[in-house]
Design a protein around this ligand. Structure first.
Ligand SMILES: Cc1cc2nc3c(=O)[nH]c(=O)nc-3n(C[C@H](O)[C@H](O)[C@H](O)COP(=O)(O)OP(=O)(O)OC[C@H]3O[C@@H](n4cnc5c(N)ncnc54)[C@H](O)[C@@H]3O)c2cc1C
Length: 363
């Protein structure tokens, strides 16, 4: 089995397959988990996860927090804390209540609390907050540790890990044309993040993938200013303070780039909007100095639901990716794809891509 792309999706799939006894080759054109899976905001959240993915995210949340138990002691400093999604206007409040209701139905323990109660949970929160969605099962991780956490477990499981090994194409069979020569595999998993469109093309399948150029900001170390994962109802903010005092500010603000050249430049208006909103939500951040901003590429399908399942018309070829809030759900998604590949019934349903190919034909 060749797994192409060693982000969280590819690493988890490869690990679970190898542990079940399959001979697995895991290839990445760079080091493992240095694209989206190593540069993301690390929020492990139900409030930003789409309702359809909540059952997956709940299971994955436990996996991240107990990563040492199933990943040979590897960890990403998974931290459990409450999560708040805040409304500052009546319009946001209505949106928040509806979102919380849908996610609660899907199994996320989200309750609406008053602004006063929200400030008891998060004393750093602005007094302008009207209400908040409160989820006790929230938290965050240090995403830059993802590759370091997976690597020993992959090697212990016998995975043949090839970094700096770009795949350029796949011939029938499957023969992989790679930077380290031609490699043969009986089965293949494509787990290439935003590059899945190109990878699917190698197998003659047209699968349009959108690329988001997400921008993140981190502050200098500060005395404690907050203790939750904080967002706003509009979804344009994710905020948390790490144990070292730095505050990570995200929320899907877009920078400049594309999937050919990667992230090119921080967009000043996105930067300003993001930090202003952060300081509005947690006033103590007005004093914060920013030390760094960076970009990462996130993938999305046409209907914003994941691409996880067999590749139609190509026996023994599988795909995994484009999961919204995909870091949160990632380890579990890899586990269920591995179950399907091994011929077992996955614990929860996959998200086959037939629907996306049909949409394209209809368009
Ligand atoms: C800035 C940012 C912030 C985010 N914040 C959050 C968050 O707070 N919480 C959350 O849950 N999710 C978040 N996400 C989303 C999350 O990071 C992604 O959904 C998830 O990491 C995707 O994992 P992946 O394995 O599918 O893709 P990736 O991690 O991108 O992995 C794909 C891999 O394929 C490799 N590859 C590509 N082409 C080739 C080739 N030709 N040959 C070999 N290898 C190849 C790449 O090098 C890469 O390592 C964020 C994303 C970004 C970018």
């Amino acid at each position: 089995m060749a797994v192409i792309g060693a982000g969280v999706m590819g690493c988890s799939t490869a690990l679970h397959l190898a542990r079940a006894g399959m001979k697995v080759l895991l290839l990445d054109r760079g080091p493992i988990c240095r694209e989206a899976s190593g540069v993301n905001a690390g929020t492990l959240t139900m409030q930003m996860t789409r309702a359809a993915l909540i059952p997956y995210a709940l299971r994955a949340y436990e996996m991240w927090l107990r990563m040492g138990d199933w990943c040979d002691g590897g960890h990403v400093l998974g931290t459990a804390c409450p999560g708040l999604s805040v409304a500052f206007t009546e319009q946001e409040a209505a949106m928040l209540e509806e979102r919380a209701r849908i996610r609660r139905q899907a199994g996320a323990p989200i309750e609406i609390v008053s602004g006063v109660r929200a400030r008891e949970i998060e004393p750093g929160l602005s007094e302008k907050a009207l209400i908040a969605g409160h989820c006790p099962m929230d938290g965050f991780a240090s995403a830059y540790l993802t590759g370091r956490a997976f690597r020993p477990a992959l090697l212990n499981a016998g995975v043949d890990l090839r970094e700096d090994c770009a795949v350029r194409g796949i011939d029938a069979g499957f023969t992989l044309d790679t930077a380290q020569g031609r490699l043969d595999a009986a089965r293949v998993v494509l787990s290439g993040g935003v590059w899945l469109e190109e990878m699917a093309g190698w197998l003659g399948v047209t699968l349009p993938i959108k690329t988001l150029i997400n921008q993140l900001v981190v502050t200098e170390r500060m005395a404690p200013v907050m203790r939750t994962v904080l967002g706003v109802a509009s979804g344009l903010l994710s905020l948390k303070q790490y144990a070292n005092g730095t505050v990570l500010i995200g929320g899907g603000w877009q920078g400049i780039g594309d999937r050919t050249r990667g992230g090119i430049a921080v967009k000043p208006e996105s930067f300003l909007g993001n930090v202003r909103l952060a300081a509005h939500a947690v006033p103590a951040l007005r004093e914060a100095r920013v030390v760094r901003a960076w970009l990462g590429l996130e993938s999305e399908t046409a209907d914003a639901l994941p691409a996880i399942g067999p590749i139609p018309g190509v026996p023994d070829a599988w795909i995994i990716g484009c999961v919204h809030s995909g870091y949160t759900s990632g380890p579990y998604m890899g586990r269920i794809l591995a179950q399907a590949i091994l011929g077992e019934a996955p614990e929860l349903p996959l998200f086959p891509i037939d629907r996306l190919l049909a949409q394209e034909k209809a368009a």
